[in-house]
Ligand binder design. Structure first.
Ligand SMILES: Nc1ncnc2c1ncn2[C@@H]1O[C@H](COP(=O)(O)OP(=O)(O)OP(=O)(O)O)[C@@H](O)[C@H]1O
Ligand SMILES: [Mg+2]
Length: 243
């Protein structure tokens, strides 16, 4: 059984009630009244609240410049809110133990060049899991499996910076998935991908059990992976009902 093949609701389950958890666990992601601006005179986020439960996949849409990437960066600890709170896996952003939690949040950067920094594909994909303290043998298997799932068999020794844009996108996604994070924050995971590659990504993502927040301009694609859609507009987040 592949490491991705954990049972989870598929797009065919849409509309069915989710099973009740045995007890109410803390949401995987909780934002409360988050305000953030890169400069004091212009707020990008003007009071954003969001909760994502374990196993839930949420699509995030919004116009260019509406703050989607900013929101993911706040959730992955790259940015700090001016006010409001950010909680991931039940831990608030301020205490030190948030650092530990951040290792369990996988962020796919919008620009793959921000993600990839090793000379070869295999080294890039192995970097995270090796850092997590997993054995070389285990990581070697994980790298092979992850690349295969994404249609990248044989790419192990390719030079990362010479890959095409779409190839880089897939390798960047592989580096995130190989870490098997508890939550996935994916910034336009299928941008620049051809149809077959995008299909593979959708199929991998629908099988993954983790909580996900997925930014995309492709609503039909989001509809296949997510049961819930939120939209950023004028610095605020709203649930999209007709999804
Ligand atoms: N490092 C930065 N310094 C200053 N302003 C920034 C910075 N990064 C983003 N911004 C601004 O913040 C706003 C939100 O940007 P963000 O990248 O979050 O938008 P987005 O919704 O992800 O857009 P896109 O759909 O184009 O990716 C934009 O107006 C952008 O110009
Ligand atoms: Mg963006």
């Amino acid at each position: 059984m592949s490491h991705f093949a954990v049972p989870r609701p598929t797009s065919q389950d849409r509309g069915r009630a989710a099973p009740e958890p045995a007890q109410a666990a803390a949401p995987v992601i909780r934002l409360r009244d988050v305000v953030f601006g890169y400069s004091p005179d212009r707020d990008v986020l003007r009071g954003v609240s969001l909760e994502i439960q374990a196993g839930e996949a949420v699509g995030l849409v919004g116009a260019n410049g509406s703050g989607k990437t900013t929101l993911l960066h706040l959730l992955s600890g790259l940015l700090a809110p001016r006010s409001g709170s950010v909680e991931v896996l039940g831990k608030a952003r301020r205490p030190k133990d948030f650092d530990e939690i951040l290792g369990r949040v996988g962020l796919l950067f919008q620009d793959s060049d921000d993600q990839l920094f090793c000379p070869t594909v295999a080294e890039d994909v192995a970097f995270g899991p090796l850092n997590q303290g997993r054995s070389r043998r285990e990581v070697a298997e994980l790298v092979t499996r992850t690349l295969e799932e994404l249609g990248l068999r044989g790419y192990e020794n390719r030079v990362t910076y010479r890959l095409s844009g779409g190839e880089k996108r897939l390798v960047a996604l592989a580096t995130v998935l190989a870490m098997e994070p508890a939550a996935l924050l994916l910034d336009e995971p299928t941008s620049g991908l051809d149809e077959a590659a995008a299909e593979r990504v959708v199929s991998v993502l629908t099988r993954l059990p983790q909580a996900k927040l997925i930014v995309s301009h492709d609503r039909p694609l989001l509809r296949r992976i997510c049961r819930r859609l939120v939209a950023l507009e004028d610095g605020r987040l709203r649930e999209v009902r007709e999804f």
